[in-house]
Design a protein around this ligand. Sequence first.
Ligand SMILES: [Zn+2]
Length: 247
Amino acid sequence: MHRLDLLNAPIDHLTEGLEEFVPAGERHLLVVLPHPDDESFAAGGTMARCSDANVPVTFLCGTYGDMGRRMGSPFFATREAMRDVRQQELRDACAVLGAEARWLGLRDRTVEFEDPHEVAARISVHLEELLPSTVITFFPGHAVHPDHDSLGHAAHLAVQRFAGPRPKLLAVAVGDRDRIRAELGPPHVYCDVRSVVERKLGALKAHRSQTEMMFQRWERGDEEDDQTRTFREEMLVLERFYRLPLD
Ligand SMILES: [Zn+2]
């Protein structure tokens, strides 16, 4: 579907039964995900909508993303330079989204080997300082990559044990949608991102080393399977989250 048609089409069939995320009701949005670019894919529209509503937004990025498979297309970065490249890309993306970028300083691709309680303690420092009303992370066990699952688990622990005013904890599930629905049921919350779609795309483009090939494929109109097309179309109109239960 053409982008304008997509943005003008009704989305009721996608949001039925889901609670709408209302940025104006928020005090501070904290996003905790392991890699530069996770924020733009998973929650870039929600971040931009919060910043438009004058809600402070912080992205706490777990790693520097310097062990990623993609190193630019055409190849433009050495492994040694990757950390600087990806930090700058993330700063640029966060500038587009109106968010502050922070780093937890974990090692890329090894988050699963960290002590989750120790990682949770490091996240807690930011919870205490920022007192977010909502935290967004990955759904532990349903986020495809071990770094995603592990940081989601640590963020859940951190919010769970937080002694201050407890934020809502929203989680992003990744992967085959039918399998996710079968395992988790439908998501609980959606954020309509159509009004900020250009910024979401701008933030994704800022992660050039990771997304340039994807945009080239889209712009060429390469053939894509149904799942890829649905993912691409839906990411331009809404972001969906599960509420993670807290004891
Ligand atoms: Zn990631």
